[in-house]
Design a protein around this ligand. Sequence first.
Ligand code: GLC
Length: 403
Amino acid sequence: MIPVPEKRVAEFEEKAFGMFIHFGLYSQLGKGEWIKHFEKIPDDEYNKLFESFDPSGFDARAIARIAKRAGMKYITLTSRHHEGFSLYDTCGLSDFDAPHAPNCRRDLIREFVDGCNEEGITPMFYHTTLDWHMRSFNDDFPSYLQYLRDSVEILCTNYGKIGGLWFDGNWSKPDADWEEDKLYAVIRRHQPDAIIVNNTGLDARGRTGNIEIDSVTYEQGRPEPMDREGMSKYVAAEMCCTINDHWGVGKLDLNYKSLPYLIETLCACRKLGANLLLNVGPDGDGSILPLQQYLLSGMGDWINYYGGCIYKAKPCGVKGEGKNFALKDGKKIYLFIHDLGIGGPAKEVCFTGLSGKVKSVRFTDGGEELEFTQDDDVLKVGATPFPYGKNGVVRVAEVDIIK
Ligand code: GLC
């Protein structure tokens, strides 16, 4: 038997598309969030970034609007990354946080949660478990774990209802006892509806873990079909990826993904019911780079164009050829058709596994009725290329079934 998803997990799956944000002291250097490690920057040198941290361009509401415009339903922001600096008020646990930074003096997590709530976007927190700043991480691990739990408790109690926590770093000490039960118990105590994720990293994509974990991760990969048969609980899937090759802003990284690639990636995730968590790395002052904004708004155009069917529609038994696939929402079946290009005759695309008699097939971007033939569970559709003047990359057709 495949377990039925708990309400929070089902709702998370229907959010479909989220924004990942990596922002911290490292953003000022513009060379990614691992730069301290790769360039072996000594602590006293790195601490100068604490002094100079000035997020005057960090406008949480504007960021939430950018996400909304892109069709994203949630934002996962780094409340603390491996460098150990917290964007929130750690209430005395550490003074290595945004309210103590002399040129900041703000609780950016408070602003973030408020900005998201105002725009109807769900706020979630990425939280590191690997910490380069806290001595106890290497010297006294049990006390480090208490610090981690206390840190998370603050996030779960001071900001109202939150969407969830996304942990990252357990892969840095694979043999350690991370006392995960205790950590997740803190969350469940205060935020019973929060989604809990713990990134399994590049070497263990899609791996399930502790029973409290609500979603597996496919960092920089592609989701794979998940066999949920016999699982003790239904677990969602989420694929996170960078927009170029860095999470924290890489000013010299021009290797941006293209808009068609991103659209196809979102589709490839939804094909398997997985969410896409697409990253942006704000500039050192906290503002989102124009090029990244432009790509995000293109994603929003595509989602609007196709009527938002990516959220609720789910994988079903209907299969397409190559990259083509189908999703189902109630009685409607949506066909996602790739590589149509512009102009020329209709191309025959074939789908199998249909049950019921097809009444009509029409593109959702304007309602053009398509010719089709049905032989039992096999549906052949004459998919017309885009007319001159548009190209939506992946074109969606809606199938009405009589019974
Ligand atoms: C990796 C990196 C980290 C990044 C994360 C996002 O685990 O260590 O910098 O935040 O991936 O998935």
